[in-house]
Design a protein around this ligand. Structure first.
Ligand SMILES: [Fe+2]
Length: 183
């Protein structure tokens, strides 16, 4: 599978632009993490890009979310490692995070939402001037972007990153595609 095919499939299965942006942001961060760890940037990026492809198809049914996504990814030619990361990112299935790819996707998923929310409360609503410290302040405010699980983000330590570095890497990756994110 190449990136164009993955995007075509996303376009065929996802209408919500914010969901597409979430997947693009996850892709960007996953690529940056792969670079950081000397892992396969294409594999990690595509895993991030595709991870929520089934959200509209499963329509809030968390017991099927990510099972269908993993199947769709496999049909597109994803490796078992990619499909497993997609499957395991939904905690509901109780599937253990086994690989670094699994763990990276798991902690990255909620980070995009926190960073978007932190950008949107700025006067310019842009990522460009956003700093790690202000995201960290928001991280500590439990009611801010409450859907972005702090517990899940904190698992970045499982891939060997302190929270500061993880947030910084995520911010920089998202800043790199700010125009695509509309931020
Ligand atoms: Fe997600």
């Amino acid at each position: 599978m190449n990136r164009g095919e993955a995007l075509d499939s996303i376009r065929a299965n996802v209408e919500n632009e914010n969901l597409v942006k979430h997947m693009l942001a996850t892709e960007a961060i996953m690529r940056a993490l792969a670079r950081r760890f000397g892992e396969d940037e294409v594999e990690w990026g595509l895993t991030g890009l595709l991870h929520d492809i089934d959200v509209e198809l499963t329509d809030g049914d968390m017991s099927s979310h990510s099972r269908l996504g993993a199947d769709l990814a496999r049909e597109l030619g994803a490796s078992e490692a990619m499909a497993h990361a997609i499957l395991a990112h939904n905690e509901r299935h109780g599937i253990a995070l086994e690989t670094k790819l699994d763990r990276a996707l798991f902690c990255t998923d909620p980070l995009t939402g926190l960073i978007v929310a932190a950008a949107l409360v700025r006067p310019d609503k842009k990522l460009a001037g956003l700093e790690v410290d202000s995201i960290k302040k928001r991280y500590k405010e439990k009611s801010f972007a409450a859907g972005a699980s702090r517990e899940q983000m904190a698992r970045c330590v499982d891939i060997g990153l302190e929270l500061d570095e993880f947030i910084g890497l995520g911010l920089e990756a998202m800043q790199g595609i700010a125009a695509k994110l509309g931020l």
